[in-house]
Design a protein around this ligand. Sequence first.
Ligand code: GTP
Length: 257
Amino acid sequence: MINPKINNALEEYIQIVPSQDKSIYLVGPIRLPINLDGETVIFQWYCWVRCDTLPGGECGNPNIDHASIIEMLSSSNLAEAQQSSVLVYGDFKGSPDALIRMHSICHTGDIFGSKRCDCGYQLKQSMKMIVAHGTGALFYLANHEGRGIGLFSKAMAYVLQEQGLDTVEANLELGFEDDMRNYDDAIAVLNQLRQLPVTLITNNPRKLEALKRSGAGVSGRIPLWGDISEFNEKYLKTKVKRSGHFGSGPLNNTIAE
Ligand SMILES: Nc1nc2c(ncn2[C@@H]2O[C@H](COP(=O)(O)OP(=O)(O)OP(=O)(O)O)[C@@H](O)[C@H]2O)c(=O)[nH]1
């Protein structure tokens, strides 16, 4: 039994968000000072978990209370599952225009700084763009590794790419689709945090489509190409040629054959 004082301290930070047939438990805002190129920038951080990730998560119970959610944590093995989160900057709820990025986790690019992809660059650059704009949110989608195939399978896909397959062929040969990602939970969290339209930072038409299909207001898209090198050029070309990514301006020329 959790101490009632602890329940009280946490209660106002927990929101229960409807998403398709499953609820999402959202915790935040938590003040997060972040080092962006030597400058400390204050973001507000939220983290979420789907009800069915917790044992007895009571997905069918619309009246589940905050105390029960807290109670379930210590018997859940959340470290073995994936939890996504969002960094919010500025007046995200009220500002007429906000930039958002739906960033898919990339262990190799985001954490290790691998140059085989553009993920690490896109992560940092989109945070800087949001801060420069004055308001926005970066969704860090932890169940999206390898475009949704998982880290171990992505490692297998990299082995195949070393042997000449491109990034799409490698996924397909392993029995996956090119892109297995789902944005429903992230969009539900977005709707909870903001009702006004957003501008999406992406080159990926599927992300734009998912957002538009959900009914969330989309006022535009900003492309994000960069950090192109001998190590990721083929990968980026494949994104444009085979996955249908939007090319853009001079970068389009850089990556065109
Ligand atoms: N399967 C596979 N996944 C990869 C490879 N390289 C990067 N990824 C994953 O691809 C995803 C990249 O996602 P995003 O940064 O959202 O890129 P995107 O789909 O091109 O969309 P935008 O960056 O928004 O334009 C991450 O989950 C990476 O782990 C690869 O060669 N194979």
